[in-house]
Design a protein around this ligand. Structure first.
Ligand SMILES: CC(C)(COP(=O)(O)OP(=O)(O)OC[C@H]1O[C@@H](n2cnc3c(N)ncnc32)[C@H](O)[C@@H]1OP(=O)(O)O)[C@@H](O)C(=O)NCCC(=O)NCCS
Length: 232
């Protein structure tokens, strides 16, 4: 066995450093996710966005963990998802399975943003703070608006709430999965500034869904110190 050249030694050193940096990135991301999930009052991070008065709507929003959500509200959210999405799921490789959807929507890590006008439930988003492909993200599982509440800017306002929460809790982006044969959702997410995420599968692998995201534009330095979370 010959002696290692200086170039080979440097290359190994670089690889070790890169590995260490990646491990540190993932560990930091996990810390942000854990901290976000521990927060008691997420609403304080975005309270100025939780009242929406526009286009003849007077909407109040609140945020709760699924474990704190009123059972009737959860039931309404499940029913609305079925009404809005069943046909779309049935016409793609996923198919519709209510039990599987209920299981997903009731996992302990689920958070809910609920929008209501007086006593009338109008829209919701199910979201989670999660480590996805090593990135700390706010993953938007659902955004669902009742038919008579649509095209009045409410969906867009709800995404803004999620984006504010993502930035305040040091997530890298708001990420979501969208069905490619749901053109209104596709137009909506793009109008709100979402684009194809690097983690989206190539079309040959899966063409019925895509992963979209919007960055919180936090740099690594921002991720180390973000006054909004420190002040929460
Ligand atoms: C998709 C959805 C969430 C949009 O919510 P919304 O409150 O109606 O959307 P907004 O009023 O905030 O729309 C913001 C912009 O998005 C675009 N947009 C929204 N709906 C659109 C549609 N059906 N067709 C084309 N563009 C649309 C428009 O640019 C709109 O601005 P404009 O009304 O000034 O033109 C709502 O239609 C919905 O719940 N659909 C059924 C469920 C669903 O598909 N959910 C998404 C997948 S989880």
């Amino acid at each position: 066995m010959g002696k290692k050249t200086a170039t080979a030694v440097n290359k190994n050193k670089e690889k070790r450093q890169a590995r260490k940096l990646e491990q540190r990135r993932i560990a930091d991301g996990m810390t942000h996710v854990t901290n976000a999930n521990k927060l008691e009052e997420l609403a304080t991070l975005c309270k100025e966005l939780l009242v929406y008065q526009s286009n003849n709507l007077e909407v109040d929003m609140y945020i709760q963990r699924v474990t704190e959500l009123d059972k009737n509200v959860l039931q309404w959210a499940i029913d609305l998802t079925e009404r809005n999405m069943k046909n779309l799921y049935e016409t793609c490789a996923w198919g519709w399975n209510r039990d599987r959807k209920v299981e997903e929507m009731t996992e302990d890590s689920a958070w809910y943003l609920i929008a209501k006008e007086k006593d009338s439930l109008l829209a919701f988003s199910h979201f989670r703070f999660d480590l996805d492909f090593g990135d700390p993200v706010l993953y938007c599982y659902e955004v669902q608006v009742e038919a008579d509440g649509r095209r009045r800017g409410l969906g867009q306002r709800m995404l803004r709430v999620l984006e504010k929460l993502a930035a305040a809790t040091r997530m890298r982006s708001v990420r979501l999965t969208a069905l490619t044969h749901n053109p209104s959702a596709s137009a909506f997410f793009r109008a709100c500034g979402y684009s194809l995420d690097d983690t989206s599968p190539p079309k040959e692998e899966a063409n019925h869904y895509e992963i979209l995201s919007k960055s919180t534009c936090l740099t690594d330095t921002d991720l180390d110190k973000n006054p909004e979370l420190d002040g929460a």
